[in-house]
Design a protein around this ligand. Structure first.
Ligand SMILES: Nc1ncnc2c1ncn2[C@@H]1O[C@H](COP(=O)(O)OP(=O)(O)OP(=O)(O)O)[C@@H](O)[C@H]1O
Ligand SMILES: [Mg+2]
Length: 602
């Protein structure tokens, strides 16, 4: 009996897939498949048992039907035997005339009933009258059924009769003499083949075995005359061969696996039932293939549902696992990217620090350059300034001498006059020195509100001595109201000092030396122009380049830095400086500056 283990075997494609899965998943999958296999086997067995139960019920009904049919048909012959035995025609048969009558009667009954033969045998077993002489051996003295009849009971038997060896069933009924003794027996020979014919081929295979184990009646002629040896389950063919038979139990059911020819199924449910009225045992073999098919279908459905459910679950978990893996990869990537970004950030931060340091160094260098430019301008102006300071000093000395002389002469009023002048001179010197100190100061404050007027006054005062010394006429009218612009006071003054100094330098050999300073307003801007009567700019494109100079490089003169420093300063205030030649000759330098506005300061 093979168990249905094959139903849940994994398919060929699963193995390579499984080897790619993680161990844990493989174990779970294996356990799941084993579980489904177990469940399927249990469902199969349960379904099979149920179906076998139904088969058994039907088989038992079929077997009962077959037995009842056989018994009821044979009982007709039994009744015929009993009724015929009572006929007086079967008495006094020593008389040949009566024998002929009896023979006619028996033949008539046989013809009408379809019995193979009706025989009257005397107590010695000799056939006295027969409807069909020659069908049965003449001497029945040893036959068991006949001997039973002689004892006054109903005798039953079966055997092969006639030259054609037909299977027959005998009923022997005793015939009593008037004294009560058994004088003989009437034997009815029923044709089994005739009875069998009506149910041949129908029903599942059914056969009846006699007390010797011989198959004598069956709806499958192939099985006739097979016999069962004592202690044997299966049957042996008439020619002696015993086909193999494997018997097993499923629940309380006997299942036989056999090879009994084309008309008997290979796997059957075996049932048997005694038919005592004919002294035989009926057996039926019911094909279990439909039960197996049904159980198989049920098991396959359960397995399919489980596997589909499992597959869905598996796919869902696989999907989740894949997503989790992708997430991990993503997180790794994000971490890498973050690390790279932080490294870049750190590098940038360092670069920013370096740049800030470089800018600070640059600012320092620029401040130093501006300071150097200022000192250079001061150098240019030093002759004028020292002259400017010398003059009042000389005058002070002269006025002091005069004051002393007047005092000696007792002219205190004149002496007072002179002392007053001395005080004026000293005040003037003080202003010049304050201007110089302010100019030389290193301005560090950020840009802010600056009065352009004040700046121009400062620049003019600083260069006044030089202008005077060089004989330059200054054309400039101080505006009455303050003009506020964005800038730094000292640095702006430096720009204008540079422009005035350059103009003075340019007009060196000229007779008519003149510098004009004008202020004009254009929208939110103020522009200051410094014009001179010099020769004009030789190469206006280059004047703002550092170290560009047309002057002789000796001593403090002509470093070529004045305009480039001024350019940088004006740019730093958000302004603009241009240099060009005036149409009537000479150079015009224009400085544009943003007006100071209250909201800018906020
Ligand atoms: N008003 C001007 N007229 C004609 N040329 C000028 C005038 N101002 C400047 N330049 C020209 O521009 C050049 C550059 O001027 P800048 O002030 O930068 O340098 P510098 O005066 O030569 O030297 P530094 O100012 O350093 O002592 C001058 O050498 C000169 O050729
Ligand atoms: Mg200059």
């Amino acid at each position: 009996m093979a168990e249905p283990t094959g139903q849940c075997k994994p398919g060929f494609g699963i193995l390579p897939v499984m080897t790619r899965l993680p161990l844990q998943t493989r174990v779970i999958l294996l356990v799941f498949l084993l579980g489904v296999g177990g469940l399927t086997a249990a469902v199969w067995r349960y379904g099979y048992l149920q179906a076998l139960g139904q088969l058994e019920q039907r088989g038992e009904a079929d077997l009962a039907l077959a037995s009842d049919r056989l018994v009821s048909q044979l009982q007709l012959y039994q009744a015929l035997a009993v009724m015929t035995a009572d006929r007086p025609a079967l008495m006094g048969l020593e008389d040949p005339a009566r024998r002929a009558l009896a023979e006619a009667l028996l033949r008539q009954v046989a013809d009408k009933s379809g019995a193979l033969d009706l025989i009257y045998a005397d107590a010695a077993g000799h056939v006295v009258v027969a409807a069909n002489p020659g069908m049965i051996p003449v001497d029945l003295g040893q036959a068991a059924f006949f001997r039973r009849a002689l004892h006054g009971a109903l005798g039953r038997g079966h055997g092969l009769v006639g030259p054609l060896k037909r299977r027959a069933y005998y009923f022997a009924v005793p015939i009593f003499a008037p004294g009560g003794a058994v004088q003989g027996a009437l034997i009815v020979v029923a044709d089994l083949e005739d009875i069998e014919r009506s149910w041949r081929g129908s029903l599942p295979p059914v056969f009846f075995t006699d007390s010797d184990g011989l198959v004598f009646i069956s709806n499958r002629p192939d099985l006739l005359f097979w016999h069962r040896d004592p202690g044997q389950l299966g049957l042996t063919r008439p020619e002696g061969a015993t086909p193999p038979l494997a018997a097993g139990q499923i629940g309380a059911h006997d299942i036989w696996q056999l090879d009994w020819g084309p008309y008997v199924p290979a796997r059957v449910l075996h049932l048997s039932r005694d038919a005592p009225l004919v002294e035989m045992t009926g057996e039926i073999l019911i094909d279990v293939a439909p039960a197996r098919r049904l159980a198989g279908l049920q098991a396959a459905a359960v397995a399919a549902i489980c596997l589909a459910f499992g597959a869905l679950l598996f796919l869902a978990t696989e999907r989740r696992r894949t997503l989790a893996l992708a997430n991990l990869v993503l997180e790794d990537r994000v971490a890498d990217r973050t690390r790279a970004l932080s490294e870049t950030n750190e590098r940038l931060r360092l670069e920013v620090v370096e740049r800030e340091e470089a800018e600070a160094a640059l600012r320092q260098a620029q401040a130093e350059l501006v300071q150097a430019g200022k000192l250079s301008a001061l150098g240019q102006m030093s002759a004028g300034i020292s002259h400017e300071l010398n003059q009042p000093l000389m005058a002070i000395r002269q006025f002091a001498d005069n004051a002393a002389a007047f005092l000696a002469r007792g002219r205190a009023d004149r002496a007072g006059d002179n002392l007053e002048r001395i005080a004026d001179m000293a005040a003037r010197m003080d202003r010049i020195i304050r201007n110089l100190r302010a100019f030389a100061r290193n301005e560090r404050e950020p840009s802010g509100k600056v009065d352009l007027n004040k700046v121009l006054i400062q620049a003019v005062e600083l260069t006044e001595a030089r202008l005077k010394g060089a004989g330059v006429r200054l054309d400039w009218t101080r505006p009455a109201a303050p003009l506020y612009v964005w800038g730094g006071e000292v640095r702006l003054a430096q720009v204008f000092v540079n422009l005035i100094n350059n103009a003075v330098d340019a007009m060196g050999g000229r007779d008519d030396k003149w510098i004009g300073i004008g202020i004009s307003e254009t929208g939110a801007r103020l522009s200051v122009s410094v014009t001179d009567s010099g020769p004009g700019i030789a190469d206006p494109e280059k004047i703002f380049e550092p170290f560009y100079t047309t002057k002789e490089v000796r001593g403090d003169e002509g470093m070529g830095l004045g305009l480039s420093i001024s350019y940088g300063l004006v740019q730093s205030f958000g302004g603009n400086i241009r240099g060009a030649n005036a149409p009537g000759g000479g150079a015009v330098f224009t400085v544009e500056l943003d007006r100071w506005q209250a909201e800018q300061a906020a």
